[in-house]
Design a protein around this ligand. Structure first.
Ligand code: S3P
Length: 447
């Protein structure tokens, strides 16, 4: 039994060539931010293309609990009527963010400089993840936090009555930490500054500017110095959420490893702080073309055409890690189907995602006959192009691990089973029917 109901085991095996168009849902990072910034604005925010995965729905419920009006008009179309910066009301109950690290961490930042007390919790995966990385900088604003051992959820945060602006250098490359500090800085007087040594996804900065905040980024020897002027009036916006590159990576991978495939994946976000996976795949020799490059809702997007072809192992530059941090599990699968060695270093952050993703990938790939080495912050896959398969993989309440191993089964001699496809609902609710429409050979299994 998982926290989302009974486990739903599934298996995947080799299929005929994948064909057709894969319409990927909205970007998860931008969807969370649309709801949160809409709630912190005055007036109406109209959102199209919102990801209706469980993670984002949980953020929508949380925004209602803080006093915003959040309404669904149709598929992916939502309206938020916000309460303005500093206008959050104290929720009556506990805020349950389910599986969503981004949801809980950004919401903690957004409330930390308002004098309300909020208790947060989540599913077993979220309750095991470190929150000190968020509460440490929030305490500098004057907030107080009491959590379980290691700062884990459930955790109660008391927002600062007289917040101070903060200057904070993030100790790890994390857009969630950066965003939590910036969102807290919204209701502090003066300037809040975040310094990041390595560039992480910049959706918060782009969207804050779009909502009317005074925010600027300077590239210096220390890294990116982001300065936000506190206490702006944010105004409701119209937001068209681009399609999620991290979700697109799965059908793209499936096409790259299924002989004869030729698919189109339209309108995929190509923000340079997110598109490291595509750069890496092209270096591996993948036949991907980027067509109709354009701007949508302030974000660069392109239509991808992906065709099967031989791939070779590569060394991924560690500096690229933040721009593809969620794509290493699927890259490890692709690397197993390539000829030669793929080296992935500088990926320590994978150990504190929805699960320890290095451990989960190493266990599942080894069980299916893939030659893989691991260390605290690296994975090295020795690809031979031939994957025996035949084993069951544990998904540990992690959507990306579940989708990665279903893709593995599509390239293996024997089918590959996962213990639970349920977590896929958090980020890509339509994944299974979409993949089946392209031609994937999936089967629901008994427990
Ligand atoms: C996210 C940031 C990343 C990423 C997560 C979404 C975001 O986490 O793994 O899926 O929307 O800010 P970190 O910032 O902790 O690396």
């Amino acid at each position: 039994m998982s926290s989302h109901g009974p486990a739903r085991p599934m298996s995947a095996r080799k299929s005929a060539p994948l064909r057709g168009e894969a319409l990927i849902p909205g970007d998860k990072s931008i969807s969370h931010r649309s709801l949160i910034l809409g709630a912190l604005s005055v007036g109406e925010t109209h959102i199209t293309g919102l990801l209706e995965g469980q993670d984002v729905l949980d953020t929508g419920k949380a925004m209602q609990a803080f006093g915003a009006q959040v309404e669904r008009l149709g598929e992916g179309e939502w309206v938020v009527n916000g309460v303005g910066v500093g206008g959050f009301a104290e929720p009556e109950g506990v805020i349950d963010c389910g599986n969503a690290g981004t949801g809980v961490r950004l919401i903690m930042g957004a409330m930390a400089t308002t004098p309300i007390t909020v208790t947060f919790t989540g599913d077993a995966s979220l309750r095991s993840r470190p929150m000190g990385r968020i509460t440490d900088p929030l305490k500098l604003f004057g907030a107080e936090a009491v959590g379980r051992e290691g700062g884990r959820l459930p955790l109660t945060l008391v927002g600062a009555k007289n917040p101070l602006p903060v200057r904070y250098a993030t100790p790890m490359p994390s857009a969630q930490v950066k965003s939590a500090v910036l969102l807290a800085g919204l209701n502090a007087p003066g300037e809040t500054v975040v310094i990041e040594a390595e560039a992480t996804r910049d959706h918060t900065e782009r969207m804050l500017a779009g909502f009317g905040a005074d925010i600027s980024t300077e590239v210096t020897d220390e890294g990116r110095v982001i300065t936000l002027k506190g206490q702006p009036e944010l105004r409701g916006q119209r937001i068209a959420v681009p399609r999620d590159p991290s979700s697109a990576a799965f059908p793209v991978a499936a096409a790259l490893l299924t002989e004869g495939s030729d698919i189109i994946v339209p309108g995929i976000g190509q923000n340079p702080t997110r598109n490291g996976i595509f750069t890496t795949l092209v270096e591996m020799g993948a036949d991907i073309t980027f067509e109709n490059e354009r701007l949508e809702g302030g974000e660069p997007v392109a239509d991808l055409r992906v065709r099967f072809g031989p791939l070779k192992g590569v060394e991924v530059p560690p500096a690229r890690a933040p721009s593809m941090i969620d794509e290493y599990p699927i890259l490890a699968v692709i690397a197993a189907t390539a000829q030669g060695t793929t080296v992935m270093r500088g990926i320590k952050e994978l150990r504190v995602k929805e699960c320890d993703r290095i451990d989960a990938m190493v266990c599942g790939l080894r069980a299916n006959g893939v030659d893989i080495e691991e260390g605290e912050d690296f994975m090295i896959v020795h690809g031979t192009g031939k994957i025996p398969g035949g084993a069951t993989c544990e998904t540990h309440l992690d959507h990306r691990i579940a989708m990665s191993f279903l893709c593995l089964g599509m390239a293996s001699e024997k089918s590959v089973k996962i213990d639970d496809a349920g977590p896929i609902e958090t980020s890509f609710p339509d994944f299974i029917p979409l993949m089946e429409r392209l031609g994937a050979n999936f089967r629901r299994e008994n427990t």
